[in-house]
Design a protein. Structure first.
Length: 161
């Protein structure tokens, strides 16, 4: 499957709310395969959302610490326990920033064939799932930062020129 280019932080597709998947067809399976190939193409890639390759559909893939998969139309159930850790985004390459997220999540959705799926994740994988699901709502992780920190982040993340 073809590795797709990743959209960068100032691309409008990253700000759009993604549409729910209604058709669990060959096109959807192709999208999941393209997302998977793209996330596996580089070191340190743990997750990817469809908008990051220019497709406004509610699909994410993840691959971290021996666990990998995908979720279509995911919904998150976060724990109350929160933890702050550095976070990065493939759409803002090379920039890491501390961000508070839920320590644990249960993600529920469908697989590419329409079958129900549930993923319970802790720590980094929980962070990955929250980050990717944010992309489906047009939310960038910098949106969670306080204004002064967001300005510093955007100065580091946005392409110059």
């Amino acid at each position: 499957m073809t590795v797709r280019p990743i959209r960068v932080f100032d691309d409008p597709v990253l700000r759009a709310v993604s549409a729910p998947v209604k058709d669990f067809d060959r096109e959807l399976r192709g999208l999941v395969k393209a997302l998977t190939a793209t996330v596996r193409a580089g070191p340190g890639r743990a997750g990817l959302a469809a908008p990051q390759i220019g497709v406004s559909l509610r699909v994410v893939v993840y691959s971290y610490d021996g666990r990998s998969g995908h979720l279509v139309n995911p919904r998150l159930e976060p724990s109350e326990r929160r933890i702050t850790a550095d976070e990065a985004c493939l759409s803002a390459p090379g920039v890491w920033w501390p961000l508070e997220r839920a320590y644990m999540v249960t993600a529920r959705g469908r697989d590419m064939f329409g079958r129900p799926v549930a993923v319970r994740a802790l720590g980094v994988l929980a962070r990955v799932l929250q980050h990717e699901c944010d992309h489906l709502d047009g939310v960038l992780f910098s949106d969670h930062l306080e204004e002064r920190e967001r300005e510093r982040f955007l100065a580091a993340a946005l392409p110059r020129g």
